[in-house]
Design a binder for this molecule. Structure first.
Ligand SMILES: Cc1ncc(COP(=O)(O)O)c(C=O)c1O
Length: 489
């Protein structure tokens, strides 16, 4: 989409608004007028986009994007911020991928709610870092209140604690770091080569990454097969535990998934907790996607038993309509977060009278992401978030039925417990790839792809409550139109 002038064009700036030196660019009270004007200009441009965007993507190619960069010399700045914003249109905004568009159906990206977007404005300008009390004050308490609130949703008790992170990958890493420390405390420092992590074969790859980073061997993650509903197979889990013990290995962690990335399947958490009880150093639940169920008015029961976990990953930027990034790792015995603690004299000495969140974080300088969820809860409340999450799950049920009944498509699994739909165009693997690519090149809709039982499949991840079945079927019609050798051509 080419850039057109906003309906309410930013007003031309008075000369007094213009920064005259590098020092003027620093945001202070003296620059408040310039700040207002610059942010007004930027917000106006963005708002205008939201009113104009008619499809999730333009289909711009990587080659074309690279070409547009050829004339940009990063050592030679433009005349001013307005010029930089105009240039940004060309290298970014004209061809952005819009998650709020009802035909964006691809990955785990949600549209964002206004209170959270407003929270980001505070993050950028106030620039709080929540590592220590003396850099954050009230922000530390806000984050802590939200962590306590989330632990309460899980059903953890008084001793629980947690910390915000940049995403599910980091939350899982931190949980598995604690697990490794606990395992080595139990089986000795030299047990490292024998430590195993058991996860389902459809669990998230961040578990494998974490294992590598934590010094566990390449073979340390044991993938347990799933049943027909993509839940970790419980008999196979028992066998994996038996096999590990028989081999003289130690199970540092079992990772259950509440909302698998591809299938939206929620492992049977209570059963897993019962089976693993006493047989693993740590039980982690990756609820990066499924955490929306914690506030769901109708589906909370799917998380039955989550409170039996030692730790839980929750990604508010997937299921609570929060801008990236917003995630947390929650730990039942909060004191175990102390495995992360390092007291630095310059920053968070042991003697600090106030809490320093860096004591329990892998990061040091850290964004005040909690502000977004805070404003969301205070302006909307958790029920509304839960209702929105329920709506996308309901939508996925309806879409599954429509796809299943469609002559050009076949569903490849049953309906999801959350909001994904896996399907194929009737035809071979190459057709799925070709149709998806052609759709993306047109940009009228975006779908994802994955592999199920060795076959290339297409995937919808529905996280937009404003998307309708008709929107989805329009996108699918677009896909079918690329089936030039298909059954209906
Ligand atoms: C189940 C699950 N866990 C963890 C992650 C990683 O989360 P993030 O992308 O926020 O690092 C994902 C991402 O899709 C996920 O689906």
């Amino acid at each position: 989409m080419a850039w057109t002038e906003p309906a309410t064009a930013p007003r031309p700036r008075a000369d007094a608004d213009r920064p005259t030196s590098a020092r003027d660019q620093i945001l202070t009270g003296a620059g408040a007028a310039r700040y207002r004007s610059a942010v007004h200009d930027a917000v106006n441009r963005i708002a205008h986009r939201f009113t104009e965007v008619k499809q999730p993507f333009t289909g711009v190619s990587h080659d074309e994007m690279r070409r547009r960069h050829e004339k940009i010399d990063l050592d030679r700045p433009l005349e001013d911020l307005a010029a930089a914003l105009s240039e940004l249109d060309e290298v970014y905004l004209d061809d952005a991928v819009w998650f709020h568009d009802p035909k964006y159906l691809a990955h785990l990206n949600c549209p964002v709610v206004l209170p959270a977007v407003v929270g980001e404005a505070f993050n950028a300008a106030v620039n709080t870092s929540v590592d220590t009390w003396d850099q954050s004050a009230g922000a530390t308490v806000i984050e802590q209140r939200l962590v306590d609130w989330a632990c309460g949703l899980v059903g953890f008790g008084e001793e629980s604690d947690g910390v915000f992170t940049s995403g599910g990958t980091l939350s899982n890493l931190q949980a598995l770091f604690i697990a490794r420390e606990e395992a080595q405390a139990k089986w000795g420092a030299d047990s490292l080569p024998r430590l195993r992590i058991i996860a389902s074969e459809v669990g998230h790859f961040s578990v494998q990454k974490a294992a590598r980073l934590l010094g566990l061997g390449r073979e340390s993650v044991v993938a347990v097969p799933v049943d027909g509903e993509q839940h970790m197979d419980l008999a196979a889990l028992r066998r994996a535990l038996d096999d590990a013990e028989a081999a003289g290995d130690h199970v540092a962690a079992v990772v259950a998934t509440a909302g698998t990335t591809d299938y939206g399947s929620v492992d049977r958490l209570r059963r897993i907790a019962e089976i693993t009880d006493g047989r693993t150093a740590w039980l982690h639940v990756d609820a990066a996607y499924g955490c929306g169920l914690l506030v769901s008015p109708t589906r909370r029961h799917l998380l039955d038993g989550i409170e039996l976990a030692d730790s839980v990953t929750v990604d508010f930027h997937k299921s609570y309509f929060q801008p990236v990034s917003s995630s947390a790792v929650l730990v039942k015995q909060g004191g175990k977060l102390g495995h992360t603690t390092y007291y630095a004299d310059y920053l968070n000495p042991r003697t600090s009278p106030e809490p320093n969140l860096v004591d329990k974080s892998l990061q040091t300088t850290r964004r005040f992401d909690a502000i977004k969820l805070w404003l969301t809860l205070r302006a909307m409340g958790p029920e509304q978030i839960g209702v929105l999450f329920d709506q996308v799950c309901d939508l996925a049920d309806d879409v599954w039925k429509a796809v299943d009944a469609h002559p050009d498509f076949e569903t490849v699994t049953g309906p999801s417990e959350l909001s994904t739909v896996l399907f194929r165009l009737k035809g071979d693997d190459e057709l799925q790839r070709r149709a998806r690519r052609a759709l993306a090149e047109g940009g009228t809709g975006l779908v994802a792809a994955t592999v199920h039982e060795g076959r290339q499949v297409l995937k919808l991840t529905l996280l937009n409550p404003l998307t309708t079945v008709a929107d989805v079927m329009e996108v699918l019609d677009g896909l079918a139109a690329h089936n030039t050798e298909g059954p209906n051509q």
